[in-house]
Design a protein around this ligand. Sequence first.
Ligand code: FMN
Length: 389
Amino acid sequence: MINFQLFKNTKNCRNTNDFRTLAKAKLPSAIFHYIDGAADDEVTYRRNTEAYEKCDLIPNVLAGVEEIDTSVEVMGMKIDIPMFCSPTALQRLFHYDGERAVAKAAEKYGTLFGISSLGTVSLQEIGKTISTPKMFQFYCHKDKGVNDAMIEMCKQANFDAIALTVDTITGGNRERDLWTGFTTPPKLTPKSLISFVLHPNWSLNYLLREKFSLPQLEQHVNRGTNIAVSVGDYLSSMLDQSMDWKDAEEINRKWGKKFCLKGVMSVDDAKRAVDIGADAIMVSNHGGRQLDGCISPFEQLAEIVDAVGDRIDVICDGGIRRGTHVLKALSVGAKACSGGRWYLYALAAGGQLGVEKAISNMKNEIERDMKLMGVTKLSQLSRKNIKFR
Ligand SMILES: Cc1cc2nc3c(=O)[nH]c(=O)nc-3n(C[C@H](O)[C@H](O)[C@H](O)COP(=O)(O)O)c2cc1C
């Protein structure tokens, strides 16, 4: 039996799983598992994708679908495809171009680019590099000076939106990271050394190219905690566990532009997001990396859309691996979808070109699936197009 996995390169990666296979081969194992892993038994992580298999699309035919429009509007921004890049930490570890590569690929396909508070390229540089919509993911730190400085950086770099992450009040129990000893930056131990030696391309690029840094936090790290530990420790020790709705409202007020809450899962919280004047919510459980046993975003979507969908943009985040998943979420009423791993595996597999291929795969799937569904605009999708089993 021929092992087709051996012939994979980014050009012939046809889906998220192909990129995942390639990323696994290219990255030292601790880094691969940091991307791939989730909390506790990873039940929620698996359910985020499985939820899409519990319902079916109902197509219409003879609809004249030669010309179709894949764009949507979210938070007042027009994006060319309804799937965007959620903010994810530490991208320099996955490929030496890090966020630069993802930002340029997102720009090429006209979709929204999200950058994490733990981004490894500065907001200033991203602001100069791309002219398409960009969103900063905001962690509320105990040190209010850090918070104010980050809002100011977003303003200076002309960011369009801030997403305040609300599902990381403490670090999730990511056991794969505990097993592998994943730290930021990577520590040299006998175990990690073997993995670095077995991945010489990654190791040389890591050692010889631009040094790993966290420009958004650099000036504040020494005052808070030692970042060269683990992301879990960072979340638990530097972030403000007393954060509440008043703080979220205050951050929104200080920012004054488009504002989103990332990690809302309950109907009550979605209503409160409307009350504090948020423009959008990302229905998300952080890709299953925080509370294991949490319901999946797609399973919560209908109730949330019914409660607040006419007053706030509802984004479905996480578990999405196929164009049909996006069409299912939009049929239920999401304004747009987003995700992390779908482009992160591709970043690790092939830098900017890899991410471009992942986005183009997704765009092609969405185009094909729209035609097969008999819609020329995404706004034509509705609950009539979906049946839950
Ligand atoms: C490696 C990795 C790092 C992440 N870092 C952040 C982060 O810094 N801030 C944040 O709000 N979410 C972060 N997330 C969560 C993503 O923004 C997104 O919610 C999640 O990836 C969605 O699930 P999916 O990967 O199945 O698409 C991260 C996810 C991954 C996989």
